[in-house]
Design a protein around this ligand. Structure first.
Ligand code: UGA
Length: 434
């Protein structure tokens, strides 16, 4: 099939590349010329395992192209995927201005049999609104479908190629059939293709992210309770996870969820509820607990160092909001760093991929260390904010020598508290005995 994908952010780039890889002719469009030029040279603007190789392979096979020319890309496309950014607006609701502008621009160039599909996370009712906009601009009824994306950063290719399910929201069975055909190569493992109304599909995306966020905020609150009451959240997690009704996924306590999706989507759903006259009690709590959790390491540091933090050197391992990405949007590490700087501490940071992004925002306010051990050399404490593999098994004896005082605040529960105590460390983690 001939496919145009508008927007080459995370979702658009992965979608376009994976559809090209399954044999389709894909043209990806972006208004950012520098980005398009870089992509045509095979340079990938984000760090995502496996993506660069896949882009290169499909560009070479001439199945994948990048352009700034939206009209030309849309003219021949049987399917037009919309994957432009939908950032959080001032009131918490998604800002759809980029999407509206794309719809208006592409309308005159659409083939009469083209299917327009939203891939960005968009508020419930967006498909219906695009349908009426296209009717106004073209004078005819165009097929508009919703096909929410469930991929995770850091595992994007794998998630796209082997989805747990594919959800489409359509008004006509024929459109579902076209999309089913497109997804067939990815559904060989008998995973379901679920067809529903556009409103249900749009809602599915928000509900999935909101429920996953709820699990994280819930376990974080339970972890904080464990700490105060003497339990160990890791044991509790095992104790509940073996109940098949509960399971283990997304119940790891930590420093709160970040990234470009959970925080934004929980707030957008909250805004939608309010717009429709419903008090979003649970969503508000999920967001509030998460905001508080992002300061959990700061509270522990304050408790330990008291008023003596000014002038101390604190090392931070892990800046990205999670491992295997360079994305620092809403990253809990940044909340900690801002607080440390405000308190007058000197901050030394390490991250395997996200350092350039942090440097662009913080400049010379921080010391950037290419080697993880350089960050802790002479530091008064180490904070672990992202569970990169590099941090799982360091040489504890060497660390002990390097740190000025052997104090670790572990926001991801990477080490065993008992062993850390035996190694001579003061070790603080989340929801476990100190
Ligand atoms: C999330 C969803 O998992 C995807 O299904 C969805 O497609 C995507 O949002 C999106 O809407 O585009 P992502 O933001 O890439 O994916 O990252 P996750 O792996 O879900 O992690 C989100 C945050 O939750 C991270 O900060 C992570 O550290 C935190 N987390 C996750 C926990 O604190 N505990 C856990 O048990 C799991």
């Amino acid at each position: 099939m001939k496919i145009a994908v508008v927007g080459t952010g995370y979702v658009g780039l992965v979608t376009g590349t994976c559809f090209a890889d399954s044999g389709n002719e894909v043209i990806c469009v972006d208004i950012n010329k520098a980005k398009v030029d870089a992509l045509n040279r095979g340079e990938i603007p984000i760090y995502e395992p496996g993506l660069a190789e896949l882009v290169e392979h499909n560009v070479e096979a001439k199945r994948l192209k990048f352009t700034t020319d939206l009209a030309a890309a849309v003219k021949t496309a049987e399917i037009v995927y919309l994957a432009v950014g939908t950032p959080q607006g001032a009131d918490g609701a998604a800002n759809l201005s980029a999407l509206w502008s794309v719809v208006e621009t592409l309308a005159p160039h659409l083939r009469t049999d083209a299917v327009v599909v939203t891939k960005s996370t968009v508020p419930v009712g967006t498909c219906a609104r695009i349908t009426s906009m296209l009717r106004e601009f073209t004078g005819r009824d165009c097929d508009v479908a919703s096909n929410p994306e469930f991929l995770k950063e850091g595992a994007a290719i794998e998630d796209f190629m082997k989805p747990d399910r594919v959800v489409v929201g359509v008004r006509r069975q024929e459109v579902a059939d076209i999309l089913h055909q497109l997804y067939e190569p990815f559904l060989r493992t008998e995973k379901p293709f679920l067809s529903m109304s556009p409103e249900s599909a749009e809602m599915t995306k928000y509900v999935a992210n909101a429920l996953l966020s709820t699990k994280i905020s819930f376990i974080n609150e339970m972890a904080n309770l464990c700490e105060r009451m003497g339990g160990d959240i890791n044991d509790v997690r095992r104790g509940i996870g073996h109940d098949s009704r509960i399971g283990f996924a997304f119940l790891f306590p930590g420093v709160g969820y970040g990234g470009s999706c959970f925080p934004k989507d929980v707030r957008a759903l909250e805004a939608m509820a309010i717009q429709h006259g419903l008090e979003p009690t649970i969503l508000r709590a999920v967001d509030a607990v998460n905001e508080r959790q992002k300061s959990v390491i700061a509270s522990k540091i304050e408790q330990h160092f008291g008023a003596e933090l000014a002038g101390k050197t604190i090392a931070v391992w892990g800046l990205a909001f999670k491992p295997r990405t360079d994305d620092i949007r809403e990253a809990p590490a940044l909340t900690l760093i801002d607080w440390l700087l405000e308190k007058g501490a000197k901050v030394r940071v390490h991250d395997p991929e996200a350092m350039n992004n942090v440097r662009a925002d913080y400049g010379d306010k921080l010391a950037y260390c290419d080697m993880r051990m350089d960050a802790i050399d002479g530091a008064d404490a180490l904070c672990i904010m992202t569970e990169w593999k590099d941090y799982h098994s360091p040489d504890f004896a060497e660390m002990y020598q390097l740190l000025k005082s052997p104090v670790i605040f572990d926001g991801r529960n990477l080490y065993e508290p008992d062993r850390m105590r035996r190694r001579g460390y003061k070790y603080f983690s989340i929801g476990r005995p100190t």
